[in-house]
Design a protein around this ligand. Structure first.
Ligand SMILES: Cc1ncc(COP(=O)(O)O)c(C=O)c1O
Length: 328
């Protein structure tokens, strides 16, 4: 009940460090774990500690709006880098990236398009960071839920020079209202991150950290992941089927191999913001893909989350979505 360490509840940090070492190939000690209020705060603190106003930051295009917001609030200048089937196009960064301060990437499961960054690009990105003294901010937000292949180990695990800031969250693997995430901070930056957290809101609720520690230590967490992986795989199949049957002529599905969302591209020339608004009027939450772009996208789409809907709701939802696209 008392005030506690700004870095977080020590047994929770031990459990996270152990989990990340075993499951994600992250190389860290518990002393490097900073527990945060979700990955959003992790991004915000990273931006505050690492960036000065006008610093250039590479971000994926399309990319995660939450990260964009955190970096923009710190006054950074965002430079979009296109993603293709191998993840972010590192070759675009290297010739132009001399004076960039950081790159934000989602290598395990690109948000929102869903591809995995290739091993070659990971090595190229790391060597760019070492050569130029830049930081890599790795957002590993949902790597637990892969359906076919095993997830590739983290980029942080390949980093021998302390250039990677690794961010994770319990929002996807558990649920977002927990508001618990973490940063694996390079050792020399621990005092700066700790001070930034102390200045912000001191620390996350000890009660939630302690409960989650027990949940992990008693084996419930691993069981939960196994169970949810099956459930999400069924839901993903239901969504892909429903799209094929009801909207196969309208939507093109991208990135359905992992995670809890997929992207459905709309016919060229369709305004995804308008479709999203129409869908919302029918009670369907479908984020427009265009909000993930800094530059105007060539094609609109919808980001469809399936984690919280059963097969019946998914079928009904796609029926309503069809009406929203047609009525647009
Ligand atoms: C790329 C990415 N990072 C992080 C998060 C989770 O954010 P938070 O941990 O703040 O809930 C999400 C949630 O949608 C996400 O898509």
């Amino acid at each position: 009940m008392a005030y506690s360490d700004a870095m977080g509840y020590p047994p929770f940090r031990d459990a996270i460090a152990e989990y990340l070492g075993a499951v994600r190939g992250v190389r860290c000690e518990a002393s490097q774990i900073l527990v945060t209020t979700g990955s959003q705060q992790a991004l915000q603190i990273s931006a505050q500690v690492l960036l000065d106003p006008k610093d250039r930051v590479w971000i994926e295009e399309p990319g995660y709006p939450g990260a964009r917001q955190a970096f923009m609030t710190a006054g950074a200048q965002l430079i979009p880098v296109r993603v293709d089937h191998d993840g972010v196009n590192v070759a675009e960064i290297i010739p132009r990236g001399r004076n960039a301060r950081a790159a934000y990437v989602t290598p395990s499961h690109q948000y929102p398009m869903g591809m995995t960054m290739s091993a070659t690009r990971r090595m190229l990105l790391l060597s760019w960071a070492v050569r130029t003294g830049a930081w890599i901010i790795e957002d590993d937000y949902d790597s637990e839920y892969r359906f076919g292949s095993h997830p590739m180990a983290s980029l942080q695990g390949l980093d021998a020079d302390g250039r990677v800031i690794y961010i994770g969250t319990f929002s996807k693997v558990m649920f977002p209202a927990l508001r618990l995430g973490y940063v694996v901070v390079p050792k020399d930056l621990v005092p700066a991150f700790s001070a930034a957290r102390e200045a912000a809101d001191i620390f996350s609720s000890t009660l939630y950290q302690a409960v989650l520690t027990d949940f992990i230590r008693e084996g419930h967490f691993a069981r939960h992941i196994r169970r949810m992986r099956m459930l999400y795989m069924d839901r993903r199949r239901a969504l892909v089927n429903a799209i094929q049957i009801q909207m196969g002529d309208m939507l093109e599905v991208i990135g359905a191999e992992a995670g809890m969302h997929l992207v459905a591209l709309l016919p060229r020339g369709t305004d995804d913001v308008a479709v999203s608004r129409k869908a919302a009027q029918r009670g369907i939450s479908a984020m427009p893909l265009s909000i993930c772009y800094l530059k105007p996208p060539t094609r609109g789409g919808l980001i469809l989350g399936y984690g919280g809907a059963n097969a019946h709701q998914i079928h009904d939802g796609i029926r309503k979505l069809r009406m929203s696209v047609q009525g647009h």
